[in-house]
Write a new protein. Sequence first.
Lengths: 194, 217
Amino acid sequence: MPSPEPSPSQDLALVQRALNGHSDAVRPLAQRLGCVPKLLARINARRGSPLTSHDLEDLGQDALIAIWKKLEKFSGQTTLEGWLYRFCFLEFMNRSRVKGRMPRPMPVELDTLEGGEGASDWPAQEEVEEALRELGYPDEDVIRLRHFENLSFDQAAEALGIPSSTAKTRYYRGIRRLRHRLRGLAPEGHRDER
Amino acid sequence: MNDDQLRRALEEGLDPSSDEARELLGSVEAQEELRDCQRLVAGLERAGDLQRSDLHGVTSEEVPVWIEQFVGQRVAERGKQRTVRSRRRLWIPALMAAAALLMLISLWPTREPEAPTRTILGSSFTALEPSGPCAEFSGFSWEYDGPAHGYFVVQVFSVDSSTDRALLESPRLTESLWSLSPREIALLPERIEWEVRAFDGSTRLIGSRSASAFLSP
């Protein structure tokens, strides 16, 4: 049976201890940040390995430096690994572009909808990540908690400190806004259209 | 289509081309928007699955040494900053003690960020870089016009460290340049003192020079 994973609030406490210079936070935080090279390697492998092992080694160090600079922004709404994943994914995509080696699109078999009408290649993972980042607070938070942290609306609302009804409102509004961004449509207002 | 219509359509799992969807949404455009949103939600589910798959089992007990060193150094720097901040709150009584201490401290040699470079054994090192404020630490260079040498060695120290142990030491260099790898750069604090030494072919020290540098935007 796998050991229980730390909760986002425990992750936040760990990060804050490290940022406050407590030496007892070094080893546990280093253990968590140790996932960065592995994450990059997995993302790279999934995308057809556009980066060499040397590239990945450099990228791992650069990613860690970037992560440390932004660590104060970790708010404990998601797990630390979930937060790190976003950094790793974006750093990987940026480095692939710089190297002129665009990653292979996601394999078709992973895009097949279960019981659906067939393969769908929209939207790609990188499109989703970029559009979510542009979407920003507060809608991005709910969508990430729902789909990336696999939380229910009630759980997401509790994590964000908002009523469940507000979480749902932000979610559905965010889905529509996300759809507009991904389709390159003109932005619409946030009010319901009636 | 408005947010509430989308919520109802998604919660009920309506087929966009069904009569129920047509009745709820009222237009072909809205039905197409629903179809898009359903694909988008499926795309988000896929992205979430991929993330969870990538994260599965990614944390382990073993930590690369360089990561632990990196974190240890950064946390230690934070600790020093915290100590400085907490000490500032005691400035009134500390000021009095500091005034007395300064008189004593001034009698000892200190590592100041802008201290002049020092030379020993009559060496001819000039143009040491980096020196003083600099944008980044990417490597070390110097000009040497002294006795014939066999090789150079560079050592880098933290100005704020309580020990004299070098943070980094170069291999034997035949050129007046030492470029750092990203991993080595990550180990450096914001203020450093570094020393370059020249050795002859018999590994005898024939000269050295040091300089201080600090990161400044």
